[in-house]
Write a protein that binds this ligand. Sequence first.
Ligand code: F6R
Length: 603
Amino acid sequence: MCGIIGYIGKKPAFPALLSGLKRMEYRGYDSYGFCVLNNEKEPFFHKKVGKISEAEPELLNLEVKGNIGQAHTRWATTGAVTDQNAHPHWDCKKNIFLIHNGIIENHKDLREKLIKEGHEFSSETDTEVLSHLVEKYLDGNLEEALQKTLREVRGTYGIVLLAKDDPQKIVTARLSSPVILGIGQDEFLVASDPSAIITHTRQVINLDDNEIAVLKPDNFFILKEKPTVSIEWTPEEADKKDYPHFMLKEIMEEPETIENAIRGRLMPEEGTVKLGGLDKVAERLKDINKLILVACGTANYASRVGKYMLEEYAGIPTSVDIGSEFRYRKPIIDENTAAIFVSQSGETADTLAGLKEMKKKNVLTIGITNVVGSTQSRETETGVYTRSGPEIAVASTKAFLGQLSTLAMFAVYFGRQRNMSLVMGKRVVSELSKLPELAKSILNLAPDIKKLAEKYKEFENFWFIGRKYNFPIALEGALKLKEISYLHAEGVAGGELKHGPLALIQDNFPTIAICTSDSVYEKMVSNIEEVKARGGPVMAIATEGDERIKELVDDVIYIPKTLEMLTPILSVIPLHLFAYYMADLLGRNVDKPRNLAKSVTVE
Ligand code: F6R
């Protein structure tokens, strides 16, 4: 949730920390803070409420000496958004400086105990107990003090720790919050997010749960030897280029995202797909007769589309769970159940909690993940990367396309292992291969969609309706609109309108209807008629060539024809553009909507 970074090396630490923080600001951004150690005088520390990008010009004027430091960007969980609650947090002597991503669940008890022992607190945060515990246990060795501290805490953490009395060292630790070590030329970095360090190095080590690492100016050690891996993204990919917002850039990359997801994986002659991660467990997969998909938010909607695909094409009973609910229910599983976890970041705490639970029960766990080396990709038994590249805007767009394309390939893979015919396999594979071009043609409609946003931005409430494969797309369209434009939007299955939502329909409550030419077209037309009969304006997403719909609705966006199971991959693109333009026209902070953060690493 929060972003953490540490730097130790030959160069000045402050510029590295500042640029790292800026690159991570999308993760959490109500306040920020720095500490830089300096051999000659007192450490520099500075923490404040506000956005790092806005404070940057002022910060660039500061003369900050020192080659070792830490920085943090906060998304408040415990304690209000105030300067005092921003990180770093220190001990009574201002010797220990600590930044933290995660939650310390037993912080209240620890705080009470520490206060009784004479410690004085200066913030309301859970994190501050860590600084005082390190102070309590510090007896010449910082890493040992942190080790003892962590034995007392319950919760999750990615920590970067400095001590003024030991200024040649950074100590870092993790439990269920991401921490990577960057191995650069004459410098080492530690961060919660690859984008923070990518301009320094692409050689990283992923710290595992319960590991502690110590970084010194010319060496580092972890409790056990670990191989380095390469970050696959280039710094340019994580750049906005000439786009006004990352979100628009990422929507414009959607055709490429589909292409990357399917590249080298389609086998047109055999009518199947090659997914290395699944091949590894191919024999076990043949016996699977129940699938559980677990994911949150947008990834959950992708999974709901996946359920329709897997049940129709592979014939496997499939359930979909929201991560935060799954962890508290008692799923019925047996040795023939597999659980698939879908996540862009691979760090979503609620999804990871479900994964832990399934591992305990020996269920085969499979990841559909974007971020290479993320916790989900390492903790699942096997998995498939969506290869969507870095997604920086808080609202997920292109990653959704990567997830849908991957799930469609899963349906083919499982289907061909079972009853799907060669002819049907060839058909789906062939239609999948055409999607990038079809998606590109939808992007050409961007100016028309912007004009529609001009018209619809006057409204404050929206229904999104769809059926079957496009029901989850209605949910996704509504989520995207509400999270970045702050307008009220609800997604509902078209058939559900008459069971309640119709009561709200009037001329100031438009409906966005996904009404593509497929097996539920006539049913959707009836639902649209129900809305029109009550005076509600309707904008439809329809299939090219459908003239009838024009007579029925106020506005139409046409998308090209594809197989019914693949329509969501196209129908969602105009909805992403629509949400983007609405939010932009309303002057919203599109890439960083209020109250939200990318990668939700707390429960
Ligand atoms: C919505 C959005 C969120 C994420 C959700 C899961 O636009 O971005 O709903 O989809 O927080 O995140 P990941 O996919 O990283 O697990």
